[in-house]
Design a protein around this ligand. Sequence first.
Ligand code: C2E
Ligand code: MG
Ligand code: MG
Length: 387
Amino acid sequence: MTGGHILIVDDDPRITRLVRRIAEKVGFSATEFNDSEQFVEAYPSLSASLIILDLNMPGKDGIELLEFLAEQRCTSSVMFISGVDRRVLGTTEQLAEGRGLNIAGMLQKPVDVSQLRQLLSSHAKSHGVPTVDDLDRALASGAIKVAYQAKIDVGTGLVVGAEALARWDHHDLGPINPELFVGMAETTGRIDLLTRVVFEQAIKAAQGWSNIIPNLTVAVNLSPQLLSDLSLPDRLEETMQHQGFPATNLKLEITERGAMLDVNRSMAILSRIRLKGVELSIDDFGTGSSSLVQLYRMPFGEIKIDRSFVTDMLDHREAEVIVNSIIQLGKSMNLSVVAEGVEDEDVLNALRDMGCDQAQGYFINRPLAEPGFSNWLHERVSLNGRS
Ligand code: C2E
Ligand code: MG
Ligand code: MG
């Protein structure tokens, strides 16, 4: 998320690491630079809402970097960090503002962690990025809700399941992008709780659907970080048993974001989940974060073609070739193939011709919270019989 990205430039790697950790806790992603020349080279291809600069560095120093940023017409906020005394910091601030830069604050070394945290939090707020404290409150207060998006059988048009997608409508900032807050939960140790919150709502909702259409599956997204916890299969089973929910109606979608920490352990955990009857799906296939190696190693029963290929497939021949290849690959490996991001009827028809099994996307329905999704199911059944 560009709104929440920070660039940290300091020749001391201990400082950049410390600042990055605090930034991530507050909910930003960050890139560290320990060499000012490298920063200058990389800058044009990066976008960030905030740049944190050390003023005293070998090579190009902070003042030269400010000149550089002014020349580049940088619109990001800039924060200084330095061991020089306050007076020099003050003069530098005036100089930078005179050159049209947005100065977000100054910090003296040694870095006062709580002051930095405060500065970053207020920067986050003013840029529409929620803080980790906000996320904690949202998780505790039930503000994290779930929206459901149908998966249909491409051949018959019948609804066969739905994917649970986390939603957060922040009281001041409005709806927060799920990739942002899921990423934040992942980097700050809250993903286990977030997943539990989504999972519990999802199986309750799915139990309600059985009155409308029997045996719909519900798919929950599972972050790969959770695949290091050996207690996960039993915990999932316990929750399902407690709720009286059949394991065969649950699907888990897994994307490999970043490397899996321990492939053998992840494989053991996934195999145990599969043995309990839960189906496993590999999400965002074709993007490079979900690979053939995973397909080969892990007990997946379903491939989801990343929406970037599906949405584009009728306009870009390469995207169409990729979609078709993934469908053929799935068939030859006896896996069910789902296309996500189906936005119009022409794409749905093309997918049917290619032999794709299932489809999901705005053409079928926008993700809907309950009771909206149940109402949508009712309408679909009364319009088309079971579908
Ligand atoms: P995903 O699992 O690949 O989910 C599909 C995303 O595609 C959803 O975005 C959905 O709203 C969007 N989408 C569906 N159909 C269309 C379409 O026709 N056109 C377009 N342009 N987009 C479509 P969303 O809800 O923003 O979620 C983004 C990602 O955040 C998800 O991608 C998933 O990786 C992650 N996520 C969401 N909820 C959870 C969760 O509870 N746990 C975890 N670990 N990740 C989650
Ligand atoms: Mg998914
Ligand atoms: Mg996906």
